[in-house]
Each structure stands twice: as C-alpha cells, then as structure tokens.
Design a protein around this ligand. Structure first.
Ligand SMILES: [Zn+2]
Length: 380
C-alpha cells in the first residue's frame, strides 16, 4: 500500500473527531479526493486501531454507509490560557470537547517556572475532581504573546519578563511526557470560535481585545500562521488620530495605545475615574459613565480603522471581535460602523461583523481542537 500523506491522515481524523464526517462518503465529499484514496486512508486507520467501524447510517440512495468514529480510549486533555493575573484551566475529552473549566490566579511576570508549577497543580486538581483515574493524553497552553510555530518559543512578548525565547513546548513535554501544543492566545481563540461557528463560517478575521489586542486569520478552516508563526499582529498597526502615544514596542501611535483595555484604563484613570483594570473599564461603560462610553466608542472606531485595510485586502467572510471588550455592544458597533465606512461596498456586502459567540472559553475550546489533532496525528 502506498504511503498516506500526513495532511490527509490529519484531516481525516479531525473530520471524524469533530463529527463533520461520519462515513467514507462524507470524507470523499469534504476532502474532495477520490473514493479510492479515502478507502486507503480509512483501511490504514482501521488496521492500526485508531478508528472503529460500526453500524450503518442513513442512506442517501444506494447502500447504507458504515459509520466511522474514533476509538474511545478514555483519557483527558488538559488545556490552559494564561493572562497577566489569571489563567483559565480546563479539561477536554479526547475528541477536543471542553469538559470543565475554571479560573485561577497567577502572576505571569513571575516567569515560566513558577507559573508552570501553579498550572500543573491546577491540572492535577481538575483531573482528580472531574476525571479521576483517567490518563492524560495531551496538554495545550495559550500564551498572551507572539509564539513561534512549531517550536512554541516566545518571541519578544510584552509585559512577560523571563519568557522571551523560552521554549514552552519542550518544557511542558518534559514535565507531562505527552504531546503538547503551545499557541498564541488569539490564534487559539480563533480556532475555538471557528469550530463553534462551524465550517460554513468561511474565511474569518478574529480579533481578541482584552488588556492587549491580538489577531488571527482563519482560512480554509486552518490558522494562517505566516513566516515563523508570527502572523496576526494588529496591535502595533499605526492608526491616525491616535494621539501619537508611546507604545510598549518602542514606536508611537499603535492601535494598542488607544483601543486596548490597558489603554482605556490608563486614560480613564487620567480623567480621575477609579479604574485600573479592563474589568473596571467594562463596568464603567456598563454603568453608562459618559467618559467611559465615549472613550470605548472611539476605541472601537480606531479598531475599525486598523481592520479596514485588512478587510479590503483579504475580503474575508467574517470579522469576529472576541476578548473581554467584545461584551460591550458600543465597542463592537463602533468597529462595525467604521468598517462599513472605510471598506469597499462590494467587500462588506456579504461580510458578517459580530461579537464572539464562543465566549470566555474560546481559547480553551480551540486548544482542545488543536491538541486533539496533535494527539491523534502523532504515532501512539
Ligand atoms: Zn506598538
């Protein structure tokens, strides 16, 4: 039998894991390859015991198809998304679905060693609580900074002392001795958003706006990584009317200095409001504090300005705004208004511009998806 390309094997397992395909016919339709090619891949996966064949599905004319599914070997995936002061920690089923999640306190500025101790303890507690006796199959971690792919090395993250150049993937693999995925938080959240919305979403620009701003293009159901995996940086796009403030990157007038939660908190504080975190900004805007609402609306408009060039260039099917600030309708509406104003009508005609539907666990859901693929693609 000829060698099966890794990508075809990976795509087949992903489609079966997500339930997008349950039969050989589904795989032929979705993968757009010859039935004989699908037969070869399926035969190989059945032989090695990665998948099972059982029962029969509904007929769409002709013979009723045999149902294919991943072998349920038990076990869990442990996933975490790190922020500056908090981390979301969760467990996923082997097919990537999120089982349980909670928030714990961390201090990312304490450096990777100390943070990994706290996260490992939280993984142990979660497994003892929600999946006692289940083996750990894989680990995923989303980080709030640029992550090189596939090495998982941090490349010049802001506000993360001790992390620059740190090889998070190797450190986690040595600690847990299972396949590990390390990803930028916006990219992980984009995958979670895309899988929550389903494959009809099409090409999507996802922006995560919290204390900082991150972005990701999902095209053909895959993260567009670019050279070294460092794509998606919208935070240091220079925007007009931004007040030319100094940015953490050393430049001036970046989007981050006007449209991020950190920038809004700083500006509101300067006006004398009792605001120090992104959560305080959201609370002030929810309370209809006039200065907060005006500033949040202006921030949303500047996000729209920064995204308009990308939208004209890429002509995506969807722009999705996620992260904490996406809970503010005024922010999302201002960004949407500016995109309609700045983009070509032919491009915005069928463009959907919406707040995230995957919510605060978007990154954990995305990691579940990515770790599931890594666990099933790597030879057992
Ligand atoms: Zn900058």
């Amino acid at each position: 039998m000829s060698e099966i390309p890794d990508t075809l094997r990976e795509q087949t397992l992903k489609l079966l894991a997500s339930g997008e395909a349950v039969s050989r016919a589904d795989l032929v339709d979705t993968l757009k390859v010859a039935p004989s090619t699908v037969s070869n891949v399926v035969r190989r996966l059945l032989e090695e015991g990665t998948i099972l064949e059982e029962g029969v599905g509904r007929s769409t004319g002709g013979r009723r198809p045999r149902i294919l599914r991943l072998r349920d070997a038990g076990g869990v995936l442990a996933v975490t998304e790190l922020g500056a002061r908090h981390a979301r920690v969760g467990l996923c089923l082997p097919d990537g679905r999120l089982l349980a999640a909670e928030e714990i306190a961390i201090d990312i500025a304490a450096g990777p060693k100390e943070v990994f101790e706290v996260v490992a303890a939280a993984f142990s507690a979660a497994r003892a609580d929600a999946a006692p006796g289940q083996p750990l199959l894989g680990v995923g971690m989303a980080l709030p900074g640029p992550v090189e792919f596939p090495s998982g090395r941090l490349a010049g993250p802001a506000r993360m002392p001790g992390w620059n150049g740190f090889d998070a993937r190797t450190a986690l693999a040595e600690r847990f001795e299972v396949p590990v995925v390390v990803e930028n938080d916006a990219k992980a959240a984009a995958m979670g958003e895309h899988s929550t919305r389903g494959r009809d979403t099409g090409d999507m620009i996802y922006v995560k706006v919290g204390t900082g701003i991150g972005g990701c293009l999902v095209t053909g159901g895959q993260i567009h990584r670019g050279g070294r995996g460092l794509s998606g940086d919208v935070t240091h796009v220079r925007v007009a009317d931004s007040g030319e403030r100094h940015c953490s990157c050393g430049s001036r007038g970046c989007l981050e200095t006007v449209a991020s939660g950190a920038a809004l908190a700083r500006e509101l504080q300067r006006l004398g409001l009792p605001v120090s975190t992104t959560r305080d900004v959201i609370a002030a805007a929810d309370d209809a504090e006039p200065a907060a609402v005006t500033m949040v609306r202006n921030a949303g408009r500047l996000l729209g300005v920064a995204l308009s060039g990308l939208v004209n260039f890429l002509s995506p099917d969807a722009v999705v705004i996620g992260g904490a600030l996406s809970s503010l309708d005024v922010y999302v509406a201002a960004a949407r208004g500016m995109l309609y104003e700045r983009c070509l009508p032919s491009v915005t005609q069928s463009l959907s511009i919406e707040a995230s539907v995957a919510g605060p666990d978007a990154a954990l859901a995305g990691l579940g998806h990515l770790v599931c693929a890594a666990v099933h693609v790597l030879p057992a």
